[in-house]
Design a protein around this ligand. Structure first.
Ligand code: TPP
Ligand code: MG
Length: 789
């Protein structure tokens, strides 16, 4: 943070006016979308006026005074209109975008890095994730600094603005634990403590607990409970009784009285405190409006208290601000328990508008309703705001050169698994002094060793803010793992919580765009546990973070290690997940090509993250020249054994079941020469290419049709050929192949899980062995009932 200009009473005055503008504009934006803009499909548009109103003080203080361009913020999803109103006042958002709030191409329902047309630092939407990513972004900052890629004074604050019910999301506590282990700094989490969620008022039992959670893991906790007006009242005779009443009041009662207003406050306070003469006098000195204003003067809605709290911070310790607020602050439904998705009706809006002096037809004017003098002073203030003057906050980071294929030699060995080979490929990169090797950062949720990253970590070290000796090494305990921690280490060892792996990949995978330095993050985990972090994975992809996800072992092929660790549906996740390309190589020469390609694709403007589904099964490796299959591999499929032209049968396989496909083929060869074996290392690439080729003529006219890669490959078979597909995963992964040319598919795959055994046992039980393929062939040869001869 830079030094702030001294705060004067005028600062507070102007910020309070700005806050009123922010509240008006965010309320109006939602109102306009719901009540003014034509509604063409009759569906609710929605928006959260109450959730916005409770945050306007906090956000105005931050954006209009406290934040600097180095700071990055995750805004509570349903406060999106507040964020957009602030950007609008700072001259960084258009009226057109606000007027199209929640419409196609307009300001998004929830702040979005990829879809919004203004400066969103972190997307939010699925509550909890935006909070946690700020902790990992601060780790990225520390990492860059440790690696000499940023200066000490370049450190910004990673800020999350969160709802209080958002604290129910367990991923927040998982992140806090890893944050503590990594001694993370420069994180501010600011709770909009309005004590209401979507459905209800927060349980009183939680009322005092949050601070203890956080203090236990090294956070400084700042509670903003009372506003300035309340503090002044507490200093008066009877004030202590009032304070005690406020402290003891149940959340639901406080909210209900807030909704009902001054007369209700008076009735309740006099009933409870009336026997105390001083307290009674204190209450009676306030008329109804003044009493309501006093009782709702909570710390998080008091500009001066908020600024005191933020500006009082002088260090980089992680900080939790518990800012008491009123949900719907200043709006007619404030405190009402059902106000979460409540919308003001047109007459309420009209009353609010006229109280602010905003003339009809001038609703979008940024400073409507202010006197000319005030307008001029506010405008001058806004022009001086640090974020208004900031220019580029979306750097791209220089690309990292990916060395030629020589730097990615195919690991030697006649029999190998893709998992072990991946470890070897990284080990050979670790020996290089290339720019690429310097920018790789690996991370794993406590499965570094068992996913074969140990060698890489031995060579490149653990990332740690402070040097950490390998005590076992000093004590001469023999171990293949020799892990020393230091600020230049290139592996981030995470706790088991997989959600943290994905949030960490998301943060490191945005380094180029947040901090202007590109990193190439690689995360390893067991394939089934992708499901544990799936929402966080989706979240990273949504933000267009770029990373390489290596999931291993996978399927039932992990055999005796298996049982509960088997994965079935991950190929479908790989195919269905936007901004993630899925590959499942069988052979290590494929893998070497794919790892190199992934580093390029992760950096390509139209690229994405990459997911490699690997295996511990050792396979006999083919001897062949990469030129024979490289291009086709990258398009997702190639003929490993080409069919005779017009063949009536092909076996299509993914990954570790290659030997079964080849064995079945060999057995068929005598009776049925010409059967092809199609290797399909990326059903994802092949499928999306096929869909794109279908779409092209619809979008660009009939001449735009180009047959897709897989269409060309299958075109070598008879049009009535049968495709027997097989993989260690959900059979649906390849069923779509039947629609490419209308050929029949018999899909083999895994539908149930949980039983361990040998590979032979399991392949037999799940019917993905050679015998099952031959059985399917027999079915294929039967005359089809639907086809007349
Ligand atoms: C993972 C997830 N679950 C559910 C929701 C739906 N949702 C949006 S806001 C909300 C309640 C939030 O309450 P709180 O965090 O207290 O916010 P505020 O009171 O400020 O609106 C819920 C359940 C969501 N966005 N994300
Ligand atoms: Mg709340």
């Amino acid at each position: 943070m830079t030094a702030l200009s001294p705060r004067t009473s005028e600062t507070i005055e102007l910020l309070s006016h700005i806050e009123r503008r922010v509240r008006w504009l965010s309320t109006w934006t939602i109102h306009h979308a719901n009540h003014v803009r034509p509604n063409l499909d009759g569906l609710k548009v929605g928006g959260h006026q109450a959730s916005c109103a409770s945050m306007t003080t906090l956000m105005t203080a931050l954006y209009m005074r406290v934040l600097t361009p180095k700071d990055r913020v995750a805004v509570k999803p349903h406060a999106s209109p507040v964020f957009h109103a602030i950007q609008y006042l700072l001259g960084k958002q258009s009226q057109d975008q606000l007027a199209r709030f929640r419409g196609f191409g307009g300001a998004q329902s929830y702040p979005s890095r990829t879809k919004d047309k203004t400066d969103v630092d972190f997307s939010t939407g699925s509550v909890g994730l935006g909070v946690a990513i700020t902790a990992f972004a601060s780790l990225v900052q520390d990492y860059l600094r440790g690696h000499g890629l940023s200066e000490a004074n370049a450190q910004g604050r990673m800020v999350a603005l969160l709802g209080d019910a958002e604290l129910d999301e367990g991923n927040i506590y998982e992140a806090v634990i890893d944050a503590y282990k990594h001694d993370m700094r420069n994180v501010w989490w600011i709770i909009d403590y309005n004590r209401q969620s979507l459905d209800a008022v927060t349980s009183d039992r939680m009322f005092t607990q949050y601070d203890q959670f956080f203090r236990a893991v090294g956070w400084e906790v700042v509670t903003l409970k009372y506003g300035k007006r309340q503090r002044a009242a507490f200093a008066q005779p009877g004030g202590e009784a009032l304070r005690k009443w406020i402290d003891d009041a149940p959340n639901a009662l406080y909210a209900a009285l807030t909704y009902r207003g001054g007369a209700a406050w008076r009735e309740q306070l006099l009933a409870d405190l009336g026997s105390d003469d001083h307290a009674r006098a204190l209450v009676e000195r306030h008329d109804d409006d003044a009493l309501a204003a006093l009782m709702t003067d909570l710390g998080g809605n008091c500009m001066e208290s908020v600024l005191d709290a933020f500006e009082g911070v002088q260090d980089d310790k992680p900080r939790l601000f518990i800012a008491y607020t009123t949900k719907g602050h200043g709006l007619p439904f404030q405190g009402h328990k059902d106000n979460h998705a409540g919308l003001m009706n047109p007459s309420q809006l009209e009353a609010y508008q006229s109280a602010l002096g905003v003339a009809k037809g001038r609703e979008w004017e940024p400073l409507a309703g202010l006197s000319p003098d005030l307008e001029q002073r506010v405008r001058a203030y806004l022009e001086g705001v640090s974020l208004a003057r900031a220019s580029e906050r979306r750097p791209e980071g220089a690309p990292i050169e990916v060395p030629s294929a020589d730097a990615f030699p195919v690991p030697a060995g006649a029999k190998q698994s893709t998992q072990a080979a991946f470890g070897k490929i990284l080990q050979s990169l670790a020996r290089e002094s290339s720019a690429l090797a310097a920018r790789i950062v690996t991370m794993s949720p406590d499965v570094t060793v068992s996913t074969n990253l140990g060698g890489w970590v031995n060579a490149r070290g653990l990332f740690s803010r402070e040097p950490k000796e390998d005590v076992f090494k000093r004590a001469k305990v023999v171990s293949p793992q020799q892990w020393t921690g230091h600020p230049r280490g290139q592996h981030v060892e995470l706790g088991i919580a997989e959600s943290n792996l994905f949030l960490s990949l998301a943060a490191f995978g945005l380094s180029h765009s947040l901090f202007g330095e590109r990193l190439l993050p690689i995360g390893t985990l067991y394939d089934p546990f992708i499901a544990r972090g799936l929402d966080a994975l989706n979240y990273g992809c949504y933000q267009d973070a770029r990373f390489l996800l290596v999931a291993t072992p996978s399927g039932v092929t992990l055999a005796p290690e298996g049982g509960a660790h088997q994965s079935i549906s991950t190929p479908l996740i790989g195919m269905g997940q936007d901004k993630l390309v899925y590959f499942e190589p069988a052979y290590v020469d494929e893998l070497a090509i794919l790892v190199r390609w992934a580093f390029e694709f992760m950096q390509a403007p139209k690229g994405s993250s990459v997911y490699l589904r690997l295996s511990t099964r050792t396979l006999d490796q083919p001897t062949r020249s990469r030129a024979d299959f490289e291009d086709a591999l990258l398009q997702g499929a190639y003929w490993q054994i080409p069919p005779q032209p017009g063949a009536s049968l092909a076996i299509v396989y993914i990954g570790a079941v290659a030997p079964e496909a080849l064995k079945a083929h060999a057995e068929l060869a005598e009776d049925m020469p010409g059967v092809g074996v199609l290797a399909m290392p990326s059903p994802d690439r092949a499928h999306s290419d096929w869909l794109a080729s279908l779409r092209a003529p619809w979008l660009n006219g009939p001449r735009a049709h180009q047959p897709s890669h897989v269409e060309r490959l299958l075109g070598q078979l008879d049009e009535r050929a049968t495709l027997i597909t097989v993989l260690d995963g959900a059979p649906h992964t390849l069923s779509w192949l039947g629609s490419v040319r209308g050929q029949r598919v018999i899909p083999l795959g895994v539908e149930h899980f949980g039983q361990s055994g040998t590979i032979d046992d399991l392949y037999r039980a799940h019917r993905i062995d050679a015998e099952a393929i031959l059985d399917a062939t027999a079915t294929a040869l039967l005359p089809r009932q639907d086809q007349s001869p």
